[in-house]
Design a protein around this ligand. Sequence first.
Ligand code: GLA
Length: 411
Amino acid sequence: MSSEKLTTVEELQANLINAYHEEFPNDEPTICAFAPGRVNLIGEHSDYNSCFVFPMGISVGTMVIGKALDDQENPKCYFRTLAEDLKESKSFELDITEQITPLESPKWGNYVVGVLALFLERIKPNKKKSFRALISTSVPIGGGLSSSASIEVAMCTFLEILYRDEYAYDLQLSQVEKALLCCKAEQTYANVPCGVMDQYISCFAKADHAILVDCKNNTSKYVLFHDKSLCILVTNSNVKHELTSGKFAENVEHCQQAAKILGHKNLRDVSSIDELEQGRDKMSPVTYRRAHHVITEMQRTQAGAQALENKDYKEFGRLMYESHESLRKYFEVSCAELDQLVELARSVDGVFGSRMTGAGFGGCTVTLVKKSSVEKCIETIKNNYKGKATFYQFEPSDGARSIDLKKSNDK
Ligand code: GLA
């Protein structure tokens, strides 16, 4: 196999149940929640500008299993990750009688603790529950496939099940509220000024569909994307640039500045590239370039969703290349490795389009390619890429869900 074998949801579940039994012999978990990662097809660095994104859910994601514990007097939560290669502690316990603040360490804990803290704001103090939770993810970490959002959304789904009874009447979260809660957790506990795309798609993803999300009002439209002759090839550059988080925040600020200079709340409300040109003299060249990407990407994303709906893959591919070029030249979040991966894919017959996906500075490219040409594309990249790439083939997959452990046990 030239592509990586992906861990299935069933394998993730079996691993977690084994780990649970090892740690807590003669005890059974009762809750199991899963939430997927995502690949963004087009619409990059658009969400925090209230523009459009067009992602799809993927078959890898995060699973949380565990159960409620009896200690109601002094509620505590126990977390453990099965992640390997961690330099920090793999488990910790949290007292939830007090206000929950971001953790110094382990850092991974902030993705679950942030969600828990915001979720508990909806629960009466005397209703807080003790629980234990074991967590495992099959999303490649740092690959730009949204491992963090899948952890947040899986955790939130776990909590929804845990509090199902108390919570069912007036506190139930809508899907949009859930995505926003998880996004806020990432912004405030993991300290990344991200938009809502990753958490939104992890909640709303649907098999055989991509989703056009309007991040201005958090509404979305499913677009059927099911064609057996096609493949979504994700290529991991295996480059992780450390400067990502600082640069990400800087770019968010440039976009906000540009909107302000043009007299708008955000770049979504800029009517055309002409309007940007008219304000060009009033902004720094960097601010201009960032805004240029966002405004043109907004048009590309809407056109891209339409092209995919029309099964016009050639046009969709053209827009993917344009998007990559804009991210490289104007948003400046690509890197030599990602550019090379796109160019190598482009040289293969049967490839419609290719671009970097996610925040950038490394991570993955996404390529739309005829199934009959996938192997050729992989081979071309393997033989010519200056780094060592890994490959994944994805189909649009379902969003966050509860998994019935009883049913799985009965099988
Ligand atoms: C990261 C963020 C998203 C989005 C993308 C870029 O994945 O978490 O909100 O901004 O980068 O499109």
